[in-house]
Design a protein around this ligand. Sequence first.
Ligand code: MN
Ligand code: MN
Length: 465
Amino acid sequence: MADTENLRDSLLFKRKNGYETVSGAEVAEIGEYCEGYKLYLDRGKTEREAAAAAAVMAQAKGFVPFKRGMALKAGDRVFALNHNRAFVAAVIGEESMDNGALIAASHIDSPRLDLKPYPLYEEADMAYFKTHYYGGIRKYQWVTIPLEIHGVVIKKDGETVEVNFGGRDDEPVLVINDLLPHLGRDQGAKPLATAFTGESLNVLVGGMPYNDDGSDKVKLAVMSLLNEKYDICEEDFLSAELSLVPAGKARDVGFDASFIGAYGQDDRVCAYTTLTALLEMTETPKRTCVCILADKEEIGSEGIAGMQSEWYDTFIADLCEATGASLRACYESSACLSADVGAAFDPNFAEVYEKKNSAVVNGGAILMKYTGSGGKGGSNDANPEYIAAIRKSFDENGVLWQMGELGKVDQGGGGTVAKYMAQRNIDTVDIGVPVLSMHAPFEVTAKLDVYMMYKAAKAFFALEK
Ligand code: MN
Ligand code: MN
């Protein structure tokens, strides 16, 4: 009997709940760490805000803005903003960059509703904004919830007007209305995916008419309020980037406060954890460490600030040049954590998960060998040699981690920036925090997993060749 038990222990893998593996002191540390994370979520509800908040944090830790031509030596700490919407920071290592860099790449854009170029109109004595959703949203989740509006208006003369409205207790919020159940018979009979259309996601923004004769009096009144507050006219929407995001702050969830509920945790949870792991580095690392907070992941990593952009190659090439290394040699020996959230097993929807290979909350950071859909389509599919090296490093550094797939093989799927890093000839694996209600206005993570992602990033930045 005892022999069988030994055999079981030595041969079979046993899943543990994270709280069985951490000390009381670590539980306190987890809670404290997550307070900082919640503040970061509140400060960055768009990629621009999240990038700016990262820059403030970096400067507070002695990082300086990188300029091409700057001489760099081991221990130097630099950062750069990509068109004010993505962020990169690096700590120069002792070894030549020809020995590779350790790159953690996450994203700071999240699904939301963007304003159309001609957003403002009036109907039935109410003023509305037309929206065009960004990323994969479930439309029914965005009606009848309070919304804030964030973004920038760039006026013709180049002046930037920052908009951040609806977040303060004394400010009104905006909202998209839904049908009353009494008249919802036809809508209720429609499939979930078609019951709400993109064109029906119109935001209520006002109802008080301008005191005058003529048409569109409510629209005029709203525009005149916006003019007073932001000094803009309707035409200025043409060069604006304004987004509707869920109102409210990040909150603890559960009687035990062991979860965090907030908008935009995909993927600001990996942004915050990898960033703090880099910023808090006190000793000069052996290899150069880089933290990328990219934009546009939710729409395919496109555009100048998406992970496919050469902006990132230019930045790392500049670092190589400043330290006398070559980009090709650097990439060839580099390693990357594609840091992005994964799906947590949800017992309410057990039918879409394959339980044996699903990540669970409080199971720690999730390593994902592959993502994609329809037979790993569009996936990076990490090399097992690389996974073995990561596995060793995590185990040696007390990182609680698990392997996970998104869901059942034929149920759907998703992608991350991993494949774009691998295309650069960089060994890459996906890692993230398990999330419940991913892409919803209020996503849920477990504090222990957030903290373990931070520990995973710290271990990664010490990875030896
Ligand atoms: Mn993501
Ligand atoms: Mn996503």
